[in-house]
Design a protein around this ligand. Structure first.
Ligand code: ASP
Length: 588
């Protein structure tokens, strides 16, 4: 080893000893003619001082160093004078007197400072030099946190009889609602592997194989537009269990996350234990979304009955055409300016609403776009239902339930951020249950699976396949936290007949089902046990635990917001020979 100790290791008890450290030049400072050098490695930082009289060579070498050079320093550990103790540094009671300095490598001037975290650096520049960005304390902390999360998962599950099994990356399409990434085959011209959108099929096949309790820290690939909490490839804790009911799986993940929190992020608190459970419908009705942030109130109120006899044309026509009127109350929001309200209205319109009606309850009486049309009696009734009081702002959306929920759900989260209503240290885990089995796809005029086609429908709803598919509920569930979907899962279909029924409704013909999933259908005929699973996203979890604004901050080498790797400059053009071997012609 080039070092006897790490830069985070030396304490008062080492004083008097001779040690060798190696790492990067973190920074320098000259004080009273003495040079102080701080040396950094992954484990911490140590102050190095010179003694030019006794060790002139070492002193001169140190003076010639530059930031981020890689150096090795041998010397004696000594106590700092008490008034120079630095309680912020774990090594703050000692310093190393340099006797010998070896430069192991030099470094060019860096494109940005890595020894401090306080500078805003352009994200593309950070990603281009990600290996330098990762030297920063914040990024190092995120890497370590992620490691600890995964380590905890492995240990927890392994202690409970799960085994980790790797499944292939080059496989066949596994639909999760996104486009596939395809890998062309050289040996089989015109044929492609698909990168798995999740190991869904394989984990179910492992249940047929009798594994009973499987997990994998699994990479998933989905070709969709990148967003703050999405990447073309991401990591899930994929798990599957046999001979279980829904609650067995929910209890397993709840136990895992509940015991993980104090170990990996002791500053985070659970909102509630046991975790709240809401049905999908309840979640939509109360929060406008199936990924509610439960850290704050501001629930949606259905106030349609209050306006049953309203002459206000917007309300009247909405109710006449079968729509609903719902509102949220922004506490203390009555002072919002015209411009702010216009911006909120623009957001509502972007989300598909015709507009946003506002009512500010002020000491001088009601204000806002609804003030002229909403009567005193109606205001009294509103206050009674919603608890709105002087100083508050009521925001109404009158439209179809779908639009109303979508718009108010988004505005509710907007106010969360604007009014700082949610405690960032609270983790509001909850389960959302009783999802619909199918969603109507208006564009293609067909039914889509709300979760995925292997999800078990409620058995008592099987009779509705022919009559009213929209009312069929499934055995699917989501785990949510602070407004994010953290996991999806379900009890699976393990009987061929039900699977065929589902495929049929989804418009997947027998032939296509055979072509795409023949191996699964056949497997189900060889004694598939009842089984189910779930797959919590690791990137999102670490993002929340680390208080980061997006998942790129907790992925070592992420793609940028347009899905490019700007460090390696990928995707890139293959050379002509490769394309020829793969039997591919680029036409544009
Ligand atoms: N494969 C599903 C997903 O990626 C998770 C599951 O059903 O277990 O969302």
């Amino acid at each position: 080893m080039y070092k006897t100790h790490t830069c985070g290791e030396l304490r008062a008890s080492h004083a008097g000893g001779t040690v060798t450290l190696a790492g990067w030049v973190h920074n320098f400072r000259t004080f009273g003619g003495v040079v102080f050098l701080v040396l950094r490695d992954r484990f911490g930082i140590t102050q190095i001082v010179t003694n030019p009289e006794k060790f002139p060579l070492a002193a001169t070498s140190i003076e010639g160093l530059k930031n981020e050079w890689v150096v090795q320093v041998t010397g004696m550990v000594r106590m700092r004078p008490v008034d120079q103790f630095n309680p912020k540094m774990p090594t703050g009671e000692i310093e190393l007197e340099a006797h010998e300095v070896v430069v192991l490598n030099q470094a060019k001037a860096l494109p940005f400072v890595v020894s401090r975290d306080d500078e805003e650096v352009d994200e593309n520049l950070r990603l281009k030099y990600r290996y330098l960005d990762l030297r920063r304390e914040r990024m190092k902390r995120n890497l370590i946190l992620r490691h600890e999360v995964v380590l905890f998962m492995r240990k927890y599950l392994s202690d409970r009889g799960f085994i980790e099994v790797e499944t292939p990356m080059m496989f066949k399409t596994t639909p999760e609602g996104a486009r596939d990434y395809l890998v062309p085959s050289r040996i089989f011209p015109g044929q492609f592997y698909a990168l798995p959108q999740s190991p869904q099929q394989l984990k179910q096949l492992l249940m047929v194989a009798g594994v009973e309790r499987y997990f994998q820290i699994a990479r998933c690939f989905r070709d969709e537009d990148s967003r703050g909490d999405r990447q073309p490839e991401f990591t899930q804790l994929d798990l599957e269990m046999s001979f279980v009911h829904r609650d067995d799986i929910l209890e397993m993940v709840e136990g895992l996350f509940t015991s993980m929190l104090p170990e990996v992020a002791p500053n985070k608190k659970l909102l509630a234990s046991p975790w709240p459970r809401l049905t999908y419908n309840e979640s939509i009705e109360r929060f406008g979304t199936d990924k509610p942030d439960l850290r704050f109130g501001m629930e949606l109120y259905n106030v349609s009955v209050i306006f049953k006899r309203s002459e206000f044309v917007v309300f009247k026509s909405t109710l006449e055409s079968g729509g609903i009127i719902k509102c949220i109350v922004a506490p203390g929001g009555a002072g919002y300016t015209r411009k702010q309200l216009d911006d909120l209205t623009a957001t509502a319109k972007e989300l598909g609403a015709n507009g946003l009606i506002t009512l500010a309850l002020t000491a001088e009486g009601p204000k806002g776009s609804g003030a002229k049309f909403i009567t005193e009696k109606e205001i009294a009734a509103l206050s009674k239902i919603t608890g709105a009081a002087n100083g508050d702002l009521i925001l109404f959306v009158a439209d179809s339930p779908k639009i109303v929920h979508k718009v108010l759900g988004v505005l509710r989260n907007w106010f969360r951020d604007a009014l700082k209503l949610a405690d960032p240290n609270v983790m509001a885990f909850a389960f959302i249950l009783d999802f619909p089995m199918f969603e109507w796809n208006e564009e293609f005029k067909k039914w889509d699976a709300a979760h995925h086609p292997f999800t078990m429908p409620r058995l008592e709803h099987l009779v509705r396949f022919e009559t009213d598919p929209s009312t069929i509920l499934s055995e699917a569930y989501d785990m949510v936290c602070n407004g994010y979907e953290m996991a999806s899962g379900s009890i699976r279909i393990h009987e061929r007949e039900i699977q065929s029924k589902v495929f049929k409704l989804l418009g997947i013909e027998e032939e296509e089902a055979q072509f795409k999933f023949g191996h699964m259908l056949e497997a189900f005929e060889f004694g598939a046990p009842p089984h189910g699973g779930i797959a919590p996203g690791i990137d999102r979890l670490v993002m929340l635990l680390a208080d980061e604004p997006n998942i790129r901050e907790v992925i070592a080498f992420p793609k940028n917001q347009t899905g490019r790797d700007v460090m390696a400059d990928a995707p890139s053009y293959p050379d002509a020979r490769q394309l020829k071997e793969l039997h591919i012609k680029i036409t544009e």
